[in-house]
Design a binder for this molecule. Structure first.
Ligand code: PLP
Length: 449
């Protein structure tokens, strides 16, 4: 049913000067400070817009190496189909899954299955009171970061979250409702051969203090794929505990599920100041919007309370699909035998194409690929900004993510931040190869001599 013509005309009207902030015709008077931050031109919005448009148009010309949509792994898709069939056959399950709100913490039987899975597989001493579901990890980190960072009314001081290795996940950058609550630290860069490098935590430059609410990192890190080494994580955990802060580890691509980690890496031991976040998205279920947070019961209870305020409850469908796969440990075999090998093979192939197509005349280095499903490319002789290179590639039908979006929280300019791109390789291989060809051409043209 269409809108009456008068109403649509009103929607098209230009805002009158009185409806905008004096001197800023582009900012409506009704927009709050927080509203401006959340609805402004953020990196994550641009990335998700690119992704949505490319997938919706199904445009054969666009080569989607930008947003982090998982690839379509046939063995995983077969399991989801099978599970949907089993769910249809189980009396009352579809009705309960679609027709009932869950409690804000999540479905009790899912919470129990998650806790038992981690007890069994990782030796973590946790129960369902340590687990909460969130509407995707993205919403989970929004709630978590705002739960812990910001002004502390008791002390008048500001509690901050520190990223020990920046570049760090683009999706955190605009999530805090307070100003200045995110701080980042540059990593040390280890050069490994002519075309590879690796980031390390610079413990000398961390300077953790009592105002710290948490240290937060994704592992593998989005965008670099860096898997912070076990001993570095242990040291971070110890130093974080010493100042009374939390250690947040975002395992969206990590262990044990979906387990897209290439070097052999042990699971960390459970500690009470840890907050471990997981997601069903990179298993291949992003549309179910299911995140999982494991933390101390007090933190979990507060996150569940926030879920009620923000959204009442979480989607149930992902929990229902995955619960029996956790109970039987089938999920581990799926990750080990299909999901990880799928991305490891794509990664290897993409790396070979980069080395072949960049040739000897483009100065480039790729971060040691340690997991996830993208590569982090550094072009140290780039004569234009990463955003300009992104725009040139977009004009040629190739979508990547400009690297500078991933450098939130640094207090000083860093040239490196304008010389990197993140390129995803989850799409069909022939398209990825064509994308690299075009990327190599543009990188060559944009190189300082
Ligand atoms: N954390 C990291 C490191 C990510 O890369 C992503 C998505 O790409 C997320 C969290 C959010 O994932 P979701 O909200 O789909 O669970």
């Amino acid at each position: 049913m269409g809108m009456p013509a008068k109403d649509t005309a009103r929607l098209r009207e230009k805002p009158t000067p009185g409806a905008t902030i004096p001197g800023r015709m582009d900012i409506p008077r009704w927009l709050s400070h927080v509203g401006r931050r959340l609805s402004g031109p953020t990196g994550i919005y641009s990335l998700m817009e690119d992704l949505g448009q490319a997938l919706e148009r199904g445009s054969p010309e666009t080569i989607m190496m930008g947003g982090g949509n998982p690839g379509h792994v046939p063995a995983a898709e077969a399991v989801w189909r099978r599970r949907l069939g089993e769910m249809l056959a189980e009396p009352g399950l579809v009705e309960a899954t679609l027709g009932d709100y869950d409690g804000p913490q999540g479905r009790r039987r899912f919470l129990v299955a998650v806790a038992e899975f981690f007890r069994r597989q990782c030796g973590w001493d946790i129960g369902p009171e340590h687990v909460t579901v969130t509407t995707g990890s993205q919403t989970g980190s929004f709630m978590l970061l705002n739960l812990i960072a910001g002004d502390d009314r008791e002390t008048g001081r500001q509690r901050r979250v520190l990223f020990p290795i920046v570049p760090e996940y683009i999706g955190y950058a605009d999530q805090l409702l307070c100003d200045g609550g995110l701080v980042g630290r540059r990593p040390l860069i280890e050069e490994r051969g002519p075309h590879r490098f690796k980031y390390h935590v610079d413990f000398g430059g961390l300077s953790l203090d009592d105002d710290l609410a948490a240290v937060c990192l994704s592992r593998p890190t989005n965008p670099s794929t860096n898997v912070v080494a076990h001993d570095e994580l242990e040291r971070l955990s110890e130093e974080t505990r010493r100042v009374g802060a939390l250690l947040i580890v975002d395992n969206a691509y990590g262990l044990p599920i979906p387990g897209i980690v290439f070097p052999p890496t042990p699971m960390p031991a459970w500690r009470d100041h840890m907050v471990m976040t997981f997601s069903l998205s990179k298993l291949g279920l992003p549309a179910t919007r299911t995140g999982i947070v494991i933390g101390a019961p007090e933190l979990v209870r507060r996150l569940a309370a926030m879920t009620a305020v923000v959204g009442l409850a979480n989607p149930s469908i992902g929990q229902a699909i995955v619960e029996p796969l956790l109970r039987s440990d089938e999920i581990l075999g799926l990750c080990r035998d299909h999901i990880r090998p799928f991305y490891a093979a794509r990664c290897q192939q993409t790396l070979e194409w980069i080395d072949e197509l960049m040739g000897s005349d483009v100065a480039y280095a790729v971060h040691e690929p340690e997991g996830a499903f993208f590569l982090w490319l550094w072009l140290p002789r780039l004569s234009i900004s990463d955003r300009e290179l992104y725009a040139r590639l977009k004009a040629r039908g190739v979508l990547v993510v400009p690297g500078s979006y991933f450098f939130a929280g640094l207090d000083q300019e860093w040239t490196h931040a304008r010389q990197c791109l993140r390129i995803s390789y989850g799409q069909p291989p022939e398209r990825v190869r064509r994308g690299i060809e075009l990327l190599a051409e543009e990188a060559r043209k944009a190189q300082r001599v």
